[in-house]
Ligand binder design. Structure first.
Ligand code: NAD
Length: 327
């Protein structure tokens, strides 16, 4: 089977209270997991995993091409069959994520609940910015941004009511760093970061944890842009364990975080702010005065790692108190 081994490594620290490390198998019995875009690639890997660990799985897939053309129930059905054959519980849903309410409705009708949402569905419309059409832009933002929003929006009242919810949104290195020919996709993928950060803040008091991953995996999306020997080391199954940990009930702390994950490696990302400069806010505060302090604006030797606007306000207050910075 291509279902991964227990997600936790023996030497794992106990950040999640998972004492016993590898001897303890993370399970999801009685929980309902909605995986969007689950007919292939990463979504299929998540679905098979959760199906094998006791969860009720809603396998959503529109079944179109990687450019977002056409549709079919075949992809989702095949994954549901595979889960059922292995003794798991699953139902298919063929709606576009743009109709997220229908996907969540499938979960409620079939299983009476939704606990975990994995916003994974996605398409590409790669084209240089010079040649990009409104259609290329709109289709990408609809599937990635509106789709993730619609699914989360429909699941949210259930999460709040039961004081439990876990969300994974899917970003991309293209969104974090930019990528030639992917202006539409980059914009939509970085949107997942802001979206998740806010869900994390609003969800905290209801035990709703929301995190973002930027995965790298062999799938139909990457098979044309990466060589076979590289793809061989990027199995979608190897993204699963991190997601498994983040959406498990034992994760009561990790929320609003960004992880890059692929090929068995994972690492958290965060913002870094340079020391910065405070200019005198009077008539001497000119563009030239900023140029004079440009080194400080760019000085990362004493970095900060802000997590909210409050950090900036504190910084401003402290800087204004310094005698060298008169009011
Ligand atoms: P994939 O093409 O195998 O999977 C995406 C799935 O989403 C497909 O099965 C597709 O039918 C489905 N889908 C597309 N539009 C849909 C819609 N409107 N409604 C419902 N389902 C829809 O590709 P993948 O690599 O497994 O991608 C999964 C996610 O990971 C995507 O969000 C992708 O952008 C992201 N991602 C992947 C990589 C990578 O290296 N594979 C890198 C960065 C980000």
């Amino acid at each position: 089977s291509n279902v991964p081994e227990t997600p936790e490594a023996p030497e794992a620290n106990d950040a999640y209270g998972l004492k016993g490390g590898s001897s303890k198998e993370l399970r999801y019995d009685g929980q309902t997991v909605v995986v969007t875009g689950a007919g292939g690639g990463l979504g299929k890997a998540y679905s098979l995993f959760f199906g094998s660990r006791g969860a009720n799985v809603v396998v959503n897939d529109l079944g179109g091409s990687f450019k977002g053309e056409g549709q079919s129930g075949k992809a989702a059905d095949a994954v549901v069959d595979e889960i059922k054959k292995a003794g798991g519980k699953a139902v298919a849903n063929y709606d576009s994520v743009e109709n997220g309410d229908k996907i969540i409705e499938t979960a409620i009708k079939a299983f009476g609940s939704v606990h975990i949402l994995i916003n994974n569905a996605g398409i590409l419309r790669d084209i240089s910015f010079k040649n990009m059409t409104d259609q290329d832009w709109d289709l990408i933002t609809k599937v990635h941004i509106t789709g993730s929003y619609k699914c989360a929006r429909a699941a949210w009242p259930h999460f709040r009511k039961q004081k439990y919810g876990r969300v994974i949104n899917t970003a991309s290195a293209a969104g974090l760093f930019g990528s030639f020919g992917q202006c539409n996709y980059s914009a939509a993928k970085l949107a997942m970061v802001g979206f998740t950060e806010t869900l994390a803040k609003e969800g905290l008091k209801y035990n709703i944890m929301a995190n973002v991953i930027a995965p790298i995996a062999a799938s139909r999306m990457t098979e044309t842009v990466m060589p076979p020997d590289v793809l061989e080391n990027l199995k979608p199954d190897w993204v699963v364990p991190l997601v498994a940990v983040l959406v498990h009930s034992s994760n009561s702390e990790e929320t609003g975080a960004i992880f890059e994950v692929g090929g068995g490696h994972m690492a958290k990302l965060r913002w870094e702010r340079a020391k910065g400069a405070l200019c005198k806010a009077d008539s001497t505060y000119t563009p030239g005065s900023i140029l004079a302090k440009w080194d400080q604006v760019n000085d990362f030797s004493q970095p900060e790692h802000p997590t909210g606007v409050a950090n900036f306000m504190e910084l401003l207050e402290a800087a204004q108190k310094e005698p060298s910075n008169p009011k």
